[in-house]
Design a protein around this ligand. Structure first.
Ligand code: AHR
Length: 493
């Protein structure tokens, strides 16, 4: 099949915010306990953090990590996780029906984030709590000193504020599964008031208000309209969440699910712009896609997990090669919306629907989805260019007509490098690419990486961690995207 890809320096989409390559650690399953933190593990550092996991996280170059939830945050008392560990309570955790030992809280997590080279996107509990606790947490984390909560932080050993810039006003408050689920009116009001006083404590922070938990929610659109009517002036981002899965066992259709993400982003941006006009505001609301990934493999096994244990193996999706192609398409989609999507979090980072897996007491390895994320985070920095792909399409059921090739061109002007990310969705045909990137003079191909596999269901495991890994394609004049493949093609000028 022949494919043409056109881009030009004169048609930029916008700067790619580095926070597009964020991720997420929730107090859920083995994300914290047995994931990032395992005192007694041979790789544990002085604080009990696993160095092997930190190394993989640093490799992914994750600029921001959302914490501590997720559904977990809606029942969380942040004070349980600070100060003397021996005094910290064990609690019933009602989002995931486990026991939370509170061995790790914000005191420890901020230290972990520094070691990982990441900032924190901190969520406050607007499920069982409200304005008071949200402002206290901002004071504990960000106020310099001389007040109750800032001095408590100093007493706990942290003289300097944590300086957390990004804050989420609760989590998925539109979902009936949420502890303290709210109507859009109820949530809109509490989010506006909590956000207002949080910014009074620290005017330098940025706030994300909860949008819909997925594009499938019955309340989608109406929720955004109502919540933004209440909060537009005080918040900086609205969140989007979506998870995908090959539930019908139909690979071609599954590979097209990024069209839903594209539609979701466009719709939410339009709603924001309508509210902007209605309010005669100068502010353009930006989007934070702060939960996205593939999540379906573990659904059945999770039903069998015993309740009320510490860190059970929940949401441990073992990702296949085809999931990696989907993650690649989702990344391309967000980069194509770099003008509006300024933050995004691959949910999650370790063990729980994650690119990194660990064994308790044992090995750590990279799942298949690790690689498209690694490549985008490493190379698709700088600016996104409008990218026109001319190719055939196919019928992808509810997702409509899907192009066989999904692609975006990015440019790092400082490094004088151009990166083309591309997925060939065809299961049978290679794509011969005619690429035109105008405005940069003659381009020299410096690298072509490909991730492909004959077995769409191949996985990486502790015993076979290199089953699905990228390979370098020789740099020739011709550019071919192999059938069912993820590609990174880099040029210098
Ligand atoms: O990431 C797993 C869960 O998915 C999060 O806790 C929740 O916000 C979403 O439903």
């Amino acid at each position: 099949m022949k494919v043409s890809i056109f881009s030009d320096r004169h048609f930029p989409i916008g700067d790619i915010d580095p926070r597009l390559y964020g991720s997420f650690i929730e107090h859920l399953g083995r994300a914290v306990y047995g994931g990032i933190y395992e005192p007694g593990h041979p790789e544990a550092d002085d604080m009990g953090f696993r160095k092997d996991v930190l190394e993989l996280v640093r490799k992914l170059n994750v600029p921001i990590v959302r914490y501590p939830g997720g559904n977990f945050v809606s029942g969380y008392r942040w004070e349980d996780g600070i100060g003397d560990r021996k005094e910290r309570p064990r609690r019933t955790e009602l989002a995931w029906f486990t026991i939370e030992p509170n061995e790790v809280g914000i005191d420890e997590f901020q230290a972990w984030a520094k070691r990982a080279g990441s900032e924190i996107m901190m969520a406050v509990n607007l499920g069982t709590r409200g304005v008071e606790d949200a402002r206290n947490l901002v004071e504990y984390c960000n106020f310099p000193g001389g007040t109750h909560y800032s001095d408590l932080r100093r007493k706990n050993g942290f003289e300097k504020p944590f300086a957390i810039k990004n804050w989420c006003l609760g989590n998925e408050m539109d979902g009936p599964w949420q502890i303290g689920h709210k109507t859009a009116e109820e949530y809109g009001r509490i989010a506006a008031e909590a956000g207002k006083v949080m910014k009074w404590v620290d005017p330098s922070i940025e706030l994300t208000v909860c949008g819909s938990s997925s594009s499938e929610m019955d309340t989608f659109i109406e929720w955004e309209e109502t919540v933004l009517r209440h909060t537009y002036d005080v918040v900086d981002y609205v969140s989007l969440h979506n998870y995908y899965g090959n539930r019908d066992n139909n690979t071609e259709k599954y590979l097209a699910c990024s069209l839903d993400m594209d539609n979701f982003i466009t719709t939410v941006a339009s709603i924001c712009d309508v509210i902007k006009r209605r309010k005669h505001s100068d502010k353009t609301m930006m989007l934070s896609f702060d939960e996205w990934n593939v999540w379906f493999h573990s659904n059945e096994q999770d039903k069998k997990i015993e309740k009320w244990t510490v860190a059970p193996p929940q949401l441990e999706d073992v990702y296949t090669f085809e999931d990696a192609l989907v993650v690649g398409c989702l990344l391309i989609t967000m980069i194509r919306h770099a003008d509006r999507v300024k933050m995004a979090c691959l949910a999650q980072l370790v063990n729980v629907i994650a690119p990194i897996m660990t064994e308790n007491g044992g090995r750590a390895w990279a799942q298949t989805i690790f690689y498209p994320f690694l490549h985008a985070s490493s190379y698709a920095r700088g600016k996104a260019l409008r990218t026109c792909v001319e190719c055939g399409t196919y019928d992808a059921g509810k997702y409509g007509q899907a192009p066989y090739v999904e692609s975006v061109v990015t440019v790092d002007e400082e490094k004088r490098e151009i990166t083309v990310l591309a997925v060939n969705r065809s299961l049978t045909e290679d794509a011969e690419v005619d690429l035109t990137v105008g405005g940069y003079g003659e381009l020299r191909k410096i690298e072509h990486l490909i991730l492909t596999c004959d077995d769409m269901n191949a996985c990486n495991t502790a015993d076979a961690p290199d089953t699905v890994v990228p390979a370098a394609v020789p740099c020739t004049e011709k550019t071919v995207l192999g059938k069912h493949s993820w590609n990174v093609i880099r040029f210098a000028w």
